[in-house]
Design a protein around this ligand. Structure first.
Ligand SMILES: Nc1ncnc2c1ncn2[C@@H]1O[C@H](COP(=O)(O)OP(=O)(O)OP(=O)(O)O)[C@@H](O)[C@H]1O
Ligand SMILES: [Mg+2]
Length: 517
């Protein structure tokens, strides 16, 4: 008998021990049993090659010139640097380089430097080599790190001082050239390295600058009229809430979404004058495990790259133990709340476009595993798949976490993971079914079971060909469900996108569609 998962079942997810609603745990052990290997071992191995020191809390603090700072004295309790519940003012912000935050872009599409579980080229990823110690470097004058000298250089003084190395007394092998230079440097007293001077000059006001090439009607002009100088001026202050990349780079306009694990904000990137969505984890990610789990979503988005029907990804970073993900801003999601019933043409368009997104991600060996109305966004009439927090590799070499049970096929509820791409097909069928019916799908009970046995109530007013397609997508047997590519070739879309599909090759049609030609 089919084992139904109840709401009490928990799915461990990024940054929290809080269960994901309606989901069940998928441990590495279970996945390992399925494939006879240890996916968790593989994941750990790959992730271990990731250098996380700079932004993980246990990393030694780096000062702006890149040397290890002395252990800080215990500080009095501060308000949390960034929290949506704590309103912040522009005046609390200043722009600082990412070097200063020591929170580098974690992954960006242009130059992902990390071992990524979702990258297809997984073998022999060379580790970047440390720069070789050059003689010149090793002989460079060290700066005097005595507490006395440190105290004597305040941040505000940095830009008034010259780079003035003082010998530390440890450099016994100085070259002749350096020996000649040293006396003149000694006379000048203290040290302010060029990097610190550069850093100091990067502390500039963070205006919201209007972009004349991007006349986005969604941006309220009032944002640009705020007086900018007051936020920093010539004497930048770090502000009561500390340094925040989020607050420095973005002007928060409003909260636009809330999931079980994240808050999503509509933001203006100050220096671009363009809108984005920034997703921030709700819980602080204290443990390594939490942070690594949270990064799965980022890694997937980076591995996927751009596609019209996948939400666009820009960058991500850790700040105050939370993960921030900067994404393309969409108009809304398809959640049942507040959205009108889908008309037939809209349902066809949704099915077609999300199938294109699924075809793209499945072609890259990735399954989404949480396709549902909440995770499909619309932007200018284009449907986009978002929330890759459950995504995994179709070959089952990574742990499997299932998404919302209301959209899960029977085999997932029975821990059968042989056809993970077909899980997405079932979920998309269930999503469309729910959106055209207009009533939420059940989480349990007789109707929940009937749907997973292929027993459907007819959808009045919908073409029978369309209903058959949805029914086929929700077939209890995953091997009978069409692939995303096969859905795109269904004759039902002929009128919708003449010539824009992957082709009309009848041989490539799903057998069931072929027989109907
Ligand atoms: N790029 C975006 N543009 C517009 N709205 C978005 C965007 N990303 C997310 N949202 C909104 O925020 C909501 C929550 O986002 P998301 O689903 O990614 O969070 P989550 O915590 O991972 O959710 P879940 O509870 O499904 O795990 C979405 O349902 C959607 O309404
Ligand atoms: Mg979601």
């Amino acid at each position: 008998m089919m084992r139904g998962k109840s709401a009490s079942a928990a799915r461990p997810r990024a940054g929290t021990s809080q269960p994901r609603r309606f989901s069940a745990p998928r441990t590495a052990t279970k996945a390992a049993a399925a494939v006879g290997s240890s996916p968790s071992g593989e994941l750990s191995r790959q992730l271990e090659s990731v250098t996380l020191r700079n932004f993980f809390s246990d990393a030694p603090a780096l000062n702006p010139i890149g040397e290890e700072a002395p252990a800080p004295a215990p500080a009095p309790a501060q308000p949390h640097p960034v929290d949506a519940d704590v309103p912040m003012e522009d005046k609390d912000c200043c722009i600082l380089s990412q070097d200063f935050f020591c929170t580098p872009d974690y992954l960006t599409p242009d130059a992902p430097p990390l071992a990524n579980s979702f990258d297809s080229d997984k073998e022999n990823i060379p580790c970047p080599k440390s720069p070789e110690k050059s003689v010149a470097r090793s002989k460079r004058y060290k700066r005097d790190c005595s507490p006395k000298d440190l105290r004597s250089v305040s941040l505000s003084e940095l830009d008034e001082q010259e780079l003035t190395p003082v010998p530390c007394g440890l450099c016994q092998d100085d070259s002749e050239e350096e020996q000649m230079v040293r006396p003149s440097l000694q006379k000048r007293g203290s040290i302010v390295p060029q990097s610190a001077r550069t850093l100091r000059s990067q502390v500039t006001p963070p205006p919201c600058i209007k972009n004349p090439y991007n006349a986005d009607p969604r941006i309220d002009d009032g944002v640009f009229n705020v007086r900018q100088g007051k936020s920093s001026g010539s004497s930048p202050s770090i502000g009561a809430y500390g340094l925040s990349r989020y607050r420095s780079d973005f002007h928060e306009i409003e909260q636009i979404g809330r999931g079980n694990f994240s808050l999503v904000f509509k933001v203006l990137r100050r220096i671009e004058g363009c809108l984005y969505a920034v997703k921030r984890s709700i819980k602080e990610l204290h443990s390594d495990r939490d942070r690594r789990l949270a990064l799965k979503e980022v890694q997937t988005l980076v591995a996927l790259g751009n596609h019209e029907n996948i939400v666009g990804y820009f960058t991500s970073w850790f700040e105050t133990e939370k993960l921030y993900i900067q994404m393309e801003l969409c108009d809304r999601c398809l959640s049942m709340n507040g959205n009108p019933l889908l008309k037939h043409e809209e349902a066809l368009e949704l099915l077609y476009q999300v199938s294109k997104g699924l075809d793209f991600i499945h072609g890259r060996g990735i399954a989404h595993l949480d396709v549902k109305p909440d995770n499909i966004y619309v932007k200018n009439g284009v449907y986009k798949l978002g929330d890759f927090g459950c995504a995994t590799l179709i070959d089952r070499s990574l742990p499997i976490e299932e998404g919302d049970a209301r959209y899960m096929p029977p085999e997932m509820l029975n821990d059968e993971f042989e056809h993970l791409d077909k899980v997405d097909i079932f979920s998309l069928g269930a999503t469309v079914y729910e959106l055209i019916r207009g009533t939420p799908l059940p989480l349990s009970g007789p109707q929940f079971t009937s749907l997973r046995e292929g027993k459907f109530a007819l959808l009045p007013g919908r073409p029978i060909q369309f209903q058959n397609l949805i029914k086929l997508m929700m077939d209890p047997d995953p091997t009978r469900r069409p692939s995303a590519k096969e859905i795109l070739r269904h004759p039902i879309f002929e009128k919708l996108h003449q010539g824009s599909g992957p082709g009309e090759d009848v041989e490539q049609l799903h057998p069931i569609f072929r027989s109907r030609q």
